[in-house]
Design a protein around this ligand. Structure first.
Ligand code: SAM
Length: 258
């Protein structure tokens, strides 16, 4: 069957990297895992070897019968459920029946941001996410160059990201244009909803115009007085750019807006 470019189908075929994903998830037989886009089932097979219970969500209808045949026994034993659906339209609370879960997935690049945003902002968040992303995206998430962004701060608000390893493009069939990486996000349990709203309002305002200094961006959205309180409380250089400010400082700044 021909790989569908429109569905981001680049199948990971090198065992070493499939094993690294499972290791990063620290899977045990009592875990419940969601795999997004099982594809041909190579990662699925590795996840099932840990004895964990698995729910796969696959959008490509044509792959479903192949997966059902390949994993017939696991499905019969109740260890695997395959759902044919667009992951962005799923309700994790409903499919996990409210149980704690982890995500381990080689996700399609065209919806990397949407998947991360969806699962981190859900009420029923995963405990961990082990994802394959483009290398550059993984580096942005962990702020490899020391600069924060809306993406890295969004992830860090909800959890702790870790760069696991690079996957060279040749490890996939067909090969994508760029290298990939495995990124692990350990997700925090308790998030203050009011603070979450203030935090996201604040970072969107601060990063609104890339060339502007943070102060000039903030005064478009907030009163001079509020902006002064933030700068005084965090003892910030008035000329600082948003990308220089770290997550803990953003959280402190958001608290002044509660
Ligand atoms: N897990 C396999 C592997 O590691 O080789 C396949 C990974 S491939 C990068 C992405 C998979 O996600 C494909 O099987 C594709 O059909 C599926 N997919 C694409 N868009 C999806 C969506 N919106 N919801 C669920 N699955 C999707």
């Amino acid at each position: 069957m021909k790989a569908k470019k429109s569905l981001g189908q680049n199948f990971l075929k090198v065992e070493k990297y499939l094993n690294k994903m499972v290791e990063a998830g620290e899977l045990t037989s009592t875990d419940l895992v969601i795999e997004i886009g099982p594809g041909h089932g190579d990662l699925t097979e590795k996840i099932l070897l840990t004895g964990t219970t698995l729910i796969c969500i696959e959008k490509d209808r044509e792959l479903i019968p192949l997966l059902e045949e390949k994993f017939h026994n696991h499905i019969k034993e109740g260890k695997l459920q395959i759902i044919e659906k667009d992951v962005l339209e799923t309700d994790p609370y409903e499919i996990t029946k409210g149980k704690p879960y982890k995500i381990v997935a080689n996700i399609p690049f065209y919806i990397t941001g949407a998947i991360i945003e969806k699962f981190l902002s859900e009420k029923h968040r995963p405990e961990k996410m082990v994802l394959v992303t483009q290398k550059e995206v993984a580096e942005r998430i962990v702020e490899k160059d020391g600069k924060s962004s809306i993406l890295s701060l969004s992830v860090k608000f909800f959890g702790e990201p870790k760069f696991v390893t690079i996957i060279p493009k040749g490890a996939f069939v067909p090969s994508p244009k760029v290298d990939s990486a495995i990124v692990l996000i350990n997700v925090s349990e308790n998030i203050n909803k009011n603070l979450e709203k203030k935090f996201f309002d604040l970072i969107h305002a601060a990063f609104a115009h890339k060339r502007k200094q943070m102060r000039s961006n903030l005064v478009i959205r907030y009163s001079e007085n509020k902006v002064n309180v933030i700068f005084q409380k965090l003892d910030l250089d008035p000329k600082i750019r948003a990308e220089k400010i770290k997550i803990a400082q953003w959280v402190e700044a958001a608290k002044t807006l509660l």
